[in-house]
Design a protein around this ligand. Structure first.
Ligand SMILES: [Fe+2]
Ligand SMILES: [Fe+2]
Length: 439
C-alpha cells in the first residue's frame, strides 16, 4: 500500500497541475481539489501531516519520501522555489483553504513576499507553512533599516544646526533644548554601534559645508569622548559643545573675503558671547566655542595669559575639528584621505593639538578609519566598516570582487580572520560607489 503521505504529495502535485491547466470553474479542477482534500484526510488519519524539505529531500515527519517518484520530485522543487521549509495540514483545513494554497503556489515567487505571509493574508488557518529564513537577506534588510534611520538622524541634526544658526544670525538666542534631545539620539546610537556614528560622517555634501562640519565634528568628538570613558551626561555636554563650536561664524557674511578673514579670528569670542547670554545653562559650550582654536603650545587664538589652561572638552573638539577639516572636500577642507588625516593629527599632537587626544583619535579611529576605501591584496575593493582587534586589520565591506564585479551587499570581511591585507587606500571619488551606503 502506498504511504498516505506519498498519496498526499501525488494529489498536491496533480491539483497544482490542474490549477495551471483549467479554469477554477472546470470540473477537473474541482475534482482535483476534492482528491487533495481526501488525501489530506487520509494522511491526517495516520497521524500528523507535515511535509518538509531537508537537504533537497522531501520528508513526511521523520520519514524520507521516495525521491524517484515524479510527484515527490515536483513538490520538492516547488518547496525549493518558494522557500518553503515545511507544510503542515491541520484537521480543520477546508477545501477553500486548499484552493488558496494552490493559488499561492501557482503564483510566481516574488522577492519580499513568502507563502506563509500570503496564506496568513488570505486568512488560512488550517495550513501552516514554515519558511526558509534567508539570514543574509534578513541581515541586509536590518542594515538597510539602520542606514535609513542614520540618514534621517543626520538630516535632523543638519536641520537643527541650520535652525540654531538662523536664530543666532537674526540676533536671537539659540534654543538648546532640541539640541540636547538630538545629541542624546546620537549617544544612543554611539553606545549601540560606534562605527555607525563614524559612518555618518561619510555623508557628503556640496552645499552647506558649515552644517556638515558642525555635525561631523560632533560625531568625532563623541567617539573620542566615549573612548576616553566620559560618562553619558558629560558626553551630552561635549556633543552640544562640538555642534556649536563655530556658531560665532554665523554673525559674519562669509561670502565677503574681508568678513571671512575677520570671522576666522573673531568667531570664538563672538560664539562665546552668544552662548554666554543663555540663562542657567551648561557653561561648557561657551568655553569650547571660546577655546577651540587655542593650541597647547601657546599658538592659536584668542590671545591669552601664559599658563592659561583650556577645558579638556575644548581640546577634544579642537582635535575633532581639525580631523574634519583635514578630510573635508576642498575648498573648505584639505581633502585628505582618512588614513592620512589620522597621521596628520598625530603629527600635530603636542604642538597645535593636544598630544593625548591626538593619540586617542589614532587609537579610536585606527590606521584605516571607518569610511576608508581600500584595495585588498586579492584585488577586491571595499570600504572599512568597523575597526578590528588589530589596527591594520579592520572589518571591510567588499564592494568590488577581485574580478571587478559588483559584490553582494552583505559580504563583510573581517581581515583579522583572513589571509588578505590592505594594500592601498583609494580615492572614493575615483570609483562608482557610495561610501555611506557601504560602511
Ligand atoms: Fe572654529
Ligand atoms: Fe570648526
Amino acid at each position: 500500500m502506498t504511504h498516505p503521505a506519498v498519496e498526499l504529495v501525488a494529489a498536491l502535485a496533480a491539483a497544482r497541475r490542474a490549477a495551471h491547466l483549467y479554469p477554477r470553474s472546470h470540473p477537473a479542477y474541482a475534482e482535483s481539489v476534492a482528491a487533495l482534500r481526501a488525501a489530506v484526510a487520509g494522511c491526517l488519519a495516520s497521524g500528523a501531516c507535515t511535509l518538509s524539505l531537508y537537504a533537497g529531500r522531501l520528508y513526511h515527519g521523520e520519514d524520507p519520501l521516495p525521491s524517484d517518484a515524479p510527484a515527490v520530485r515536483s513538490i520538492a522543487e516547488t518547496f525549493e522555489s518558494h522557500g518553503i521549509e515545511s507544510l503542515a495540514f491541520h484537521p480543520e483545513v477546508t477545501e477553500h483553504e486548499l484552493v488558496s494554497l494552490l493559488d499561492v503556489l501557482a503564483a510566481r515567487p516574488e522577492p519580499g513576499t513568502d507563502v506563509a505571509s500570503e496564506l496568513q493574508r488570505l486568512g488560512v488557518a488550517g495550513i501552516t507553512v514554515g519558511i526558509v529564513v534567508d539570514e543574509a537577506a534578513e541581515e541586509a534588510e536590518r542594515r538597510d533599516r539602520a542606514k535609513e534611520q542614520d540618514r534621517a538622524l543626520y538630516q535632523r541634526l543638519l536641520a537643527l544646526v541650520r535652525g540654531l544658526s538662523e536664530q543666532v544670525a537674526q540676533g536671537g538666542e539659540p534654543d538648546l533644548e532640541g539640541a540636547g534631545i538630538l545629541v542624546e539620539g546620537v549617544l544612543a546610537r554611539l553606545m549601540e554601534d560606534s562605527a555607525a556614528v563614524l559612518g555618518l560622517t561619510t555623508l557628503s555634501s556640496t552645499s552647506e559645508p558649515a552644517l556638515f562640519h558642525a555635525v561631523n565634528t560632533m560625531a568625532y568628538a563623541l567617539v573620542l569622548g566615549a573612548e576616553l570613558g566620559i560618562p553619558e551626561e558629560g558626553l551630552a555636554s561635549l556633543g552640544v559643545s562640538a555642534l556649536l563650536h563655530d556658531i560665532g561664524k554665523v554673525a559674519f557674511d562669509l561670502s565677503d573675503p574681508e568678513q571671512a578673514r575677520r570671522a576666522e579670528l573673531l568667531h570664538p569670542a563672538v560664539g562665546a558671547e552668544v552662548l554666554s547670554r543663555l540663562p542657567d545653562s551648561d557653561r561648557t559650550p561657551m568655553l569650547v566655542a571660546y577655546e577651540h582654536h587655542m593650541a597647547p603650545d601657546g599658538s592659536g587664538f584668542p590671545d591669552r595669559e601664559p599658563g592659561y589652561v583650556t577645558h579638556p572638552y575644548s581640546r577634544i573638539v579642537a582635535v575633532a575639528n581639525r580631523y574634519d577639516h583635514l578630510v573635508a572636500a576642498r575648498p573648505e577642507g584639505l581633502g585628505l584621505s582618512r588614513d592620512r588625516a589620522v597621521l596628520q593629527v598625530l603629527h600635530e599632537g603636542g604642538s597645535a593639538l593636544d598630544g593625548m587626544f591626538a593619540r586617542l583619535l589614532a587609537k579610536a579611529f585606527g590606521v584605516f578609519p571607518v569610511g576608508c576605501v581600500v584595495r585588498l591584496s586579492d584585488q577586491s575593493v571595499g570600504v572599512v566598516a568597523a575597526p578590528g582587534p588589530h589596527p591594520l586589520k579592520p572589518r571591510v565591506r567588499i564592494v568590488f570582487e577581485p574580478d571587478g564585479a559588483q559584490a553582494e551587499r552583505a559580504r563583510i570581511l573581517d581581515l583579522s580572520n583572513e589571509h588578505v591585507d590592505i594594500v592601498e587606500v583609494l580615492d572614493p571619488n575615483s570609483l562608482p560607489l557610495d561610501v555611506f551606503d557601504n560602511v
